[in-house]
Ligand binder design. Structure first.
Ligand SMILES: [Zn+2]
Length: 74
């Protein structure tokens, strides 16, 4: 299980990325792997999207990829 404390949120698309996975892949810890937006530790609450095509909240949030998303990003 991923430790929530290791998750970084993207300021642009709100996707959460595991910082441990970024370290393991030797890629930047400040750049979103999905959209190249800025990653931050300053976020609250998350939503796991398993089927974005059927999820109303994913539609509302403009999510077009399954994954974990922060509800609030500062
Ligand atoms: Zn992003």
């Amino acid at each position: 299980m991923t430790d929530v404390k290791n998750l970084l949120a993207c300021r642009n698309c709100k996707m959460l990325t595991d910082s441990e996975a970024l370290k393991a892949a030797k890629v930047s810890l400040t750049e979103c792997p999905q959209c190249r937006g800025q990653l931050t530790k300053d976020w609250q609450g998350y939503l796991a999207v398993v089927d974005f095509e059927k999820s109303e909240i994913a539609k509302t949030m403009g999510i077009s990829k399954n994954g974990k998303y922060a509800l609030k990003v500062r």
